[in-house]
Design a protein around this ligand. Structure first.
Ligand code: S3P
Length: 171
C-alpha cells in the first residue's frame, strides 16, 4: 500500500508520516527531502537559482516516479504538490490512499511565523502579513486538498492521537 499525506505548509505531514510509517512498519519518504537528494540542492536554493516553475516541474517528475514505483511507502508531499499540473488527478488515479492533514488557519499561522526561513514562499513576508497570505492561499489550495480520500482533522490533537485516528481511517 502507498499512503500519501498532503496538506498546507506546517500541517504536520512529515511528523505524522514518520509516526504512522513506524506504526505500520512501512518506509517513509518526504518528497521535499527526496528532491533535495536527487537534485543535490536545498529547496530554497532550487527556488533561488532555478525558480518556482523549475521546482514545480521536478516536483511533478519525482511524484510520478514514486507513484509509478512498485514499492509500498508513506509519502509526505510538499504543501503545493497536489495543486499544480494534474498532480492531484494522478494521485487519485493511482492505487495510493490519499490523506489530507487538515489544520486551521490560526494554528498554521502560529507555526509558520516561527518556521518561515526554510520556506521560500513565505520567507520574505513580514509576520503581520502571514495571516492574510495563509487565509487566501489555503482557500485556493483547499479545492485540491479536499479531494483526498481521507480527511484527517489535525488541529490540537497530539501526534499519537492523530496517528491513531489515521490508522483507524485507513482501509
Ligand atoms: C511548498 C511547500 C514546501 C516545499 C516548497 C513549496 C508549497 O513543503 O515543497 O517550499 O508550495 O506549499 P512543506 O509543505 O513541507 O513546507
Amino acid at each position: 500500500m502507498k499512503i500519501i499525506l498532503l496538506g498546507y505548509m506546517a500541517s504536520g505531514k512529515s511528523t505524522i508520516g514518520k509516526e504512522i510509517s513506524k506504526k505500520l512498519c512501512m518506509n517513509f519518504i518526504d518528497l521535499d527531502a527526496y528532491i533535495v537528494k536527487k537534485e543535490n540542492s536545498s529547496i530554497s536554493e532550487i527556488f533561488k537559482t532555478r525558480g518556482e516553475i523549475y521546482f514545480r516541474s521536478i516536483e511533478k517528475l519525482y511524484l510520478q516516479e514514486l507513484l509509478n514505483s512498485k514499492a509500498d511507502f508513506v509519502l509526505s508531499l510538499g504543501g503545493g504538490t497536489p495543486c499544480y499540473g494534474n498532480n492531484m488527478a494522478l494521485i487519485l488515479a493511482s492505487d495510493a490512499e490519499s490523506v489530507y492533514i487538515k489544520v486551521g488557519i490560526p494554528t498554521l499561522v502560529f507555526r509558520l511565523i516561527s518556521e518561515k526561513s526554510n520556506r521560500p514562499l513565505i520567507a520574505n513576508l513580514s509576520d503581520d502579513t502571514i495571516p492574510e497570505f495563509v487565509a487566501k492561499h489555503l482557500f485556493e489550495r483547499s479545492f485540491f486538498y479536499e479531494q483526498a480520500a481521507i480527511i484527517l482533522p489535525a488541529n490540537d490533537q497530539s501526534i499519537s492521537e492523530i496517528t491513531k485516528a489515521l490508522k483507524i481511517a485507513l482501509p
